[in-house]
Design a protein around this ligand. Structure first.
Ligand code: FES
Length: 105
């Protein structure tokens, strides 16, 4: 069952950047790439570093601790040392607000 939660105004996240929100005790990073929004858990699967603080390189987020990278579109690992995929969440924009669905991944 979907459960979309509003996290921010759509224009609050600039192209090529990300922001972190805490929703129901889950830290979620939302980024904007090529006009689309992507949401993923703000916790690196390698050693729990805060991924939202990492660099965004196109569709990849780079972990600030050891440099692992994940594709923000589906969470798959694109560079070691992480091996487990990153949980991602569905995102939509309605009425100028970004909504994230935490019930799915
Ligand atoms: S904690 Fe992210 S690469 Fe190690």
């Amino acid at each position: 069952m979907s459960h979309y939660v509003a996290v921010a105004d759509a224009d609050a996240i600039a192209e090529g950047s990300s922001k972190v929100f805490t929703i129901d005790d889950i830290r979620v990073a939302v980024c904007r790439v090529e006009g689309e929004y992507y949401a993923f858990e703000d916790v690196c699967t390698h050693d729990d570093a805060p991924l939202g603080e990492g660099r965004l390189l196109g569709f990849e987020i780079e972990c600030p601790r050891h440099g692992a990278r994940f594709d923000v579109r589906d969470g798959h690992v694109t560079r070691m040392p992480a091996v487990a995929p990153l949980p991602t969440f569905p995102v939509k924009v309605e009425g100028g607000r970004i909504l994230v669905d935490l019930e799915e991944d």
